[in-house]
Design a protein around this ligand. Structure first.
Ligand code: FES
Ligand code: FES
Length: 158
């Protein structure tokens, strides 16, 4: 076992993990973060996406040991108490949440994009989402939700 320390959703976290343990397993099984979904487990669907230092990464391909000292965000970071983040509100109002399986990852991808581009183009949104599959929405609602959240985007935690 190896002790790994990192920041998870703004809180200092330490965890004893196997040498080759994947972040997806650590988050779900050791830290009870069920929002990080296990889909394909081979880096194709994007449902396991988390942000590491604000960049989207597949937790199913990331060794937990590699996040030592880094900043990991999951969708739990976005809402505060009963208050949803404007991006989450926008997903709901645009019908961008259907079965919901891709939603935590899509929200994180959108959040990361809006940190870099406060008024992203459709092309930038499509590019940002290119590693994330959604079987339900046809992506249009998600694109509209991200675009409409841009004017009221607040960097959660700032
Ligand atoms: S579960 Fe990680 S990309 Fe599919
Ligand atoms: S809402 Fe069902 S997979 Fe995206």
């Amino acid at each position: 076992m190896k002790r790994v320390g990192f920041t998870l959703n703004g809180k200092t976290t330490t965890c004893d993990v196997e040498e080759n343990e994947l972040l997806l397993h650590t988050l779900r099984e050791r830290l009870s973060i069920a929002s990080v979904k296990e889909g394909c487990s081979i880096g194709e669907c994007g449902t396991c996406t988390v942000l590491i230092d604000n960049e989207p990464c597949y937790a199913c391909l990331t060794l937990t040991a590699k996040v030592e000292g880094r900043d990991v965000l999951t969708v739990e970071y976005l809402a505060h108490a009963d208050l949803l983040h404007p991006l989450q509100e926008s997903f709901i109002s645009h019908g961008a949440v259907q079965c919901g399986f891709c939603t935590p990852a899509m929200l994180l991808v959108g959040y990361s994009l809006l940190l870099k581009h406060r008024q992203p183009t459709d092309e930038q949104i499509r590019e940002a989402m290119s590693g994330n599959l959604c079987r339900c929405t046809g992506y249009v609602q998600i694109i509209e939700a991200i675009k409409d959240a841009a004017p009221v985007f607040i960097h959660s935690g700032s």
